[in-house]
Write a protein that binds this ligand. Sequence first.
Ligand code: DLL
Length: 435
Amino acid sequence: MSYWNEKMECMGAEEMRALQGERLRHIVRYTYERVAFYRQRMDEAGVSPDDIQTIDDIVKLPFMQKKDLRDYYPTGMFAAPMDEIVRFHASSGTTGKPIVAAYTTSDLDDWSEGVARCLTAYGVTKDDVAQVSYGYGLFTGGLGAHDGATKVGCSVLPTSSGNTAKQIMLMKDLGATVLCCTPSYALYLAESIEQDKDIDVARDIKLRVGVFGAEPWTEGMRKALEDKLHIRAFDIYGLTEVSGPGVGGECECQNGTHIWEDLFYPEIIDPVTLQRVPDRQEGELVFTTLSKEGMPVIRYRTRDLTHLTRGRCSCGRTAVRMAKIMGRSDDMLIIRGVNVFPSQVEAVIMSMPEFTGQYFITLDRVNNIDTFDVDVELKLEYHSDSIKNINEIKSRLNAALVSVLGIKPSIHIVEPGSIERSMGKAKHVLDKRKM
Ligand code: DLL
């Protein structure tokens, strides 16, 4: 078994709690003294840095959310002076101001440490060639994966996203063994490789590990990517506000994402009562950065929905495990009063081999009733089937969706390649009710 940082990844629970307490004490005082926002919020809540002694005292601190970061755009949340800031990133908000994150040298070091721990847990070593097909730029995916893979000593191939034909040529010619990108772009790459008559995956493509994250993805998607690319596909999780990719990652047991809790302290709360919920119970994920200097966050509400499990994993790590994220509370669709996550639709489609795995949901309201349309691509070989057979596939999909979601969609079978592919985070929904 290899670890990047055995001490931190496998630390006993009490020792970890003591370390977290010590780091929390520091970060609370540090932010109170340097950032007006924290001082004001803590004063309003009647908490002083002296009240924070152990990690359990974290519940005394107020929560913060995306709006707070937006309100203090661009530099109001920075805790380090500008001459110590060595990097900015920004989150991909579609409306309004982006959220800017700032990093000191030590922050970049901790961030790449997190990614290096993930890569090592996936079995990646300095002998690997890591192709980074996450976008480079303000998005944290590209540079985050790049710095982590460099730290491990991999030969890094920084292709960024897009230009798929060239990506595949370089993947083949330089013998990439690790692919880092969103699962939806990995599916597109896999389809493009399948369509290239000159490439045989077993003979020409050396990939063995996939490092996939930045969007929710299902076990069905994992299986499809593993089968198509002849790899093991691992989840990597992270967010700009906390650092970027590598806040946590799966291990070879693939039974949860280990969160590097010496750096990023996770809590799960009920999003309505804001009370902590017990382990194994689903709620909203909240993070406190325990070592960040540039732009720390304290009790930041991510909106991501998941649950935590503690205890030593079969891999030997004790770092708390997070279940796969089903979606964000703000991605949840309410259709005719029923809660639906796009990932539930994906899970059903991925379970049927007749489909390519690409889908698109359109919602509208006609005569005050929600309409729910799902476009889904049928693989080419089934298009030659009789109408009767295609209708049979469609009604099986319909029945499976009704049983999982509890509501009936209108399904539209479309040709392979007709749904727009994504190079980064996939867009699976158009909600015309909001327009
Ligand atoms: O997506 C950072 C990242 C890059 C993670 C590359 C993994 C790989 P943001 O653009 O700020 O940062 O988006 C963060 O994406 O709150 C989740 O909703 C979602 N997300 C990230 N990783 C996963 C994952 C990057 N593994 C938001 N599974 C987060 C599900 C994920 N959702």
